[in-house]
Design a protein around this ligand. Structure first.
Ligand code: FPP
Length: 246
């Protein structure tokens, strides 16, 4: 499918105050396709292309972490065809990433319960994480079969298991609890972007986004591009982050 992007304009943000970590709900693929009388799956194909493009741009401008919501614990409710297409796109993406790893130097991690995915996909994920762990440019985290409530329940369970033979374990702190989340070792997102006009979090990083700045845009994810990201970052830079201070 041939798609055209607007030529890159002058950037509008200051490099001194870039968000370290950007998280994105890649929403609007289905509507993008329906508007063009295409099957919903064509929207995911276009969305996957946009993801690649945005990840490259994040790396180029010096964003340290990019986290995207690729497939939620609730997305299994979609048609078999649609789920299969998303899994196929992920496989394709992983094959390409492994092939181009030495050139792209992107560190990749997967957040979510991947144990229910096909063995092939699980093997590809393990290989990608292992091969890319040496890179320290942008880290791309792909949330796959991810749901924030399930993540928190899993963390509570793992914490309880970890202290069951330690009756005098110290009281749990926020910092220690966070180590049981999929995002242990990843700083909280500074900026959360949700395209497509929806203004909700949909079970995405509920714990981690307590102090994040939110940016909503009507742009559908397949139409999102470098200019849109520039605008989101510039808007983020106008915000006064007080973390509860006066
Ligand atoms: C939400 O749009 C999008 C998804 C549930 C799937 C996202 C998947 C991809 C972009 C492709 C694979 C990902 C990678 C990382 C290669 P929607 O379908 O809910 O759109 P709608 O709200 O317009 O129906």
């Amino acid at each position: 499918m041939l798609r055209f992007f607007k030529k890159k304009e002058m950037k509008t943000w200051e490099s001194e105050r870039l968000p370290r970590h950007i998280a994105i709900v890649m929403d609007g693929n289905g509507r993008w396709a329906t508007k063009r009388a295409l099957p919903r799956t064509a929207g995911h194909v276009a969305g996957a292309e946009t993801f690649r493009r945005v990840a490259t741009y994040c790396k180029d401008i010096g964003i340290e972490y990019l986290t995207v919501y690729a497939f939620s614990t609730e997305n299994w409710k979609r048609s078999e065809d649609e789920v299969a297409k998303i899994m196929e796109l992920l496989e394709k993406y992983l094959h390409e990433s492994i092939e181009k790893m030495e050139r792209d130097k992107v560190k990749m991690k997967f957040l979510g319960d991947i144990s229910v995915l096909s063995q092939n996909l699980q093997d590809l994920i393990a290989k990608t994480e292992e091969l890319s762990k040496k890179f320290d440019g942008v880290q791309v985290n792909i949330c796959l079969n991810y749901g924030s409530r399930a993540e928190i329940v899993r963390a509570v369970q793992n914490y309880a298991d970890s202290i069951k033979d330690t009756p005098d374990a110290p009281r749990l702190t926020e910092e220690n609890f966070a180590k049981f989340l999929y995002t242990a070792d990843i700083p909280d997102p500074d900026l959360v972007i949700r395209p497509s006009g929806e203004m909700r979090l949909s079970n995405f990083l509920l714990w981690q986004t307590a102090y994040s700045e939110y940016y909503f845009t009507d742009c559908l994810w397949p139409d999102f591009n470098e200019n849109e990201l520039d605008l989101a970052i510039a808007t983020y830079q106008t915000r006064d982050r007080r973390y509860g201070n006066a």
